[in-house]
Design a protein around this ligand. Structure first.
Ligand SMILES: [Zn+2]
Length: 431
């Protein structure tokens, strides 16, 4: 996924000290090197999902059949409020296991309001490249809201403690939930913190028509325009969804360098709509991909999102609107750009960090191979075709087995973890 989107058949990738040293045919493995045989497989940049919620994975299959605002108030917020550090750690590890086994090596996450450290610790343990932070909500009327000052104090402390940990693999992001759950004063302070520390701002915008109408009613302007008015725009701002945007907002985003994250699976399941991705790309907006939450998708499989992104827009924009190489770019180099890591990850090029996924394309659902491996990856491949995953040159998945977490044990622990959470909600308690 270099700038030419080039592919190199029968090549080798040499990794030294966590970085890609050389790419080419017939490279010799130095003495003592570990060799991963990838014959018949595609070696691709590790997939990047620029919008996920690890804290929600434990609610998968328990929030179906609802639209966004009801889904939040009736299910997600009570669930998130019931989390303690233990249930949150389980939720995060479950999601991290799914992500890594499916070839996702970098995420931009939004944690919940409390116990953020449990998510950050899980990210460290899993080996994933993590950017994310505590969710910020200071508009009262829900079980997660807290005071602006408490929210800001905690988020800054977390950022100062965690940003740059693990040789830069863990990075902090400021995560106001969305315009409707944040006061103007909170958003303004988030802008200032982002400027002071250089941290990303990760939020939701223009996902659902009712949300957009409320934002307009409360602020007098459209969602993206409102953020821009507050000085929240530019390359450090990542907006999930962007389903209902005006042409003016798209231009504004492109001009400022604000990133959009397309989450087609979640947008369909919550009946939110279809983001005008070909128009965003044509306007010059960087668009990344994300699975969003397990309870609104209900999968964190990047291949599923790629296939949706590649096909969903064609009836409206024509059969050439979403070329497979462009879609794979959204899940790799464009995702890296949204995370501010374009010079470090997102393509297999010498000098970059070795975040790599190996995909077995020999299964019956991929045969026979066509001329364009991007097309096979985007249209045919599945998360279960990923055999090996490296982050910073370290193997986290080998031969379809996750080395850093016990995936089977986590799946077995999930029902009891969820049950504890449901009991806590029944008691009316927030943890
Ligand atoms: Zn989300």
């Amino acid at each position: 996924m270099d700038e030419h989107r080039s592919t190199l058949p029968f090549a080798d990738v040499l990794i030294e000290d966590g970085r890609i040293a050389r790419v080419g045919r017939g490279l010799r493995a130095p003495r003592g090197a570990q060799v991963i045989e990838c014959r018949g497989r595609a070696v691709i940049p590790g997939l990047v999902q620029a919008h996920v919620h690890l804290c929600q994975v434990l609610f998968r299959n328990h929030a179906d059949g609802l639209e966004l605002l009801e889904w939040l108030s009736r299910r997600i917020w009570p669930f998130e409020a019931a989390h303690d550090a233990r249930s949150l750690g389980l939720s995060a590890r479950l999601g991290l296991a799914e992500l890594l086994l499916g070839g996702t090596t970098a995420i931009l996450d939004m944690a919940t309001v409390r116990h953020t450290t449990a998510v950050l610790e899980a990210a460290v343990e899993s080996g994933i490249r993590y950017t994310g932070g505590k969710c910020l909500m200071d508009v009262p009327g829900n079980p997660l809201a807290e005071s602006k000052d408490a929210a800001l104090r905690e988020t800054e402390q977390l950022g100062l403690a965690w940003h740059g940990q693990e040789n830069g693999r863990i990075r902090y992001a400021l995560c106001p939930r969305f315009a409707l759950s944040c006061t103007k004063a909170l958003l303004t302070a988030v802008r200032d913190l982002s400027r002071r520390h250089g941290w990303l701002v990760h939020t939701h915008a223009s996902e659902n028509r009712t949300e957009v109408a409320f934002v307009r009613e409360q602020t007098g302007v459209d969602n993206v325009a409102y953020f821009a008015q507050l000085g929240l725009q530019g390359p450090r701002l990542v907006l999930a969804h962007c389903v209902h945007l005006t042409a003016r907002e798209m231009k504004q985003m492109a001009r400022a360098g604000t990133h959009a994250v397309h989450c087609p699976g979640a947008n369909l399941k919550l009946a939110s709509g279809i983001a005008p991705v070909p128009r965003l790309l044509a306007a010059g907006v960087n668009v990344a991909l994300g699975g969003d939450g397990a309870p609104c998708n209900n999968t964190l499989d990047a291949f599923h999102e790629m296939r949706l992104a590649a096909t969903l827009h064609l009836p409206r924009f024509g059969h050439r609107a979403m070329p497979p190489a462009e879609v794979l770019a959204m899940a790799t180099i464009r995702g890296a750009r949204a995370l501010g890591l374009e010079s470090e990850i997102g393509s297999i090029e010498p000098g970059k960090r070795a975040d790599i996924a190996v995909v077995d394309l020999s299964g019956p659902h991929c045969a026979p191979p066509g001329d364009d491996p991007h097309a096979t990856l985007v249209y045919c491949a599945r998360a279960s075709d990923v055999t090996d995953v490296l982050v910073d040159g370290r193997a986290v998945v080998r031969n379809r087995k996750l080395l850093t977490l016990d995936a089977e044990k986590l799946a077995r622990a999930a029902p009891a973890g969820l049950l504890r959470l449901l009991k806590s909600i029944d008691r009316g308690g927030a943890n």
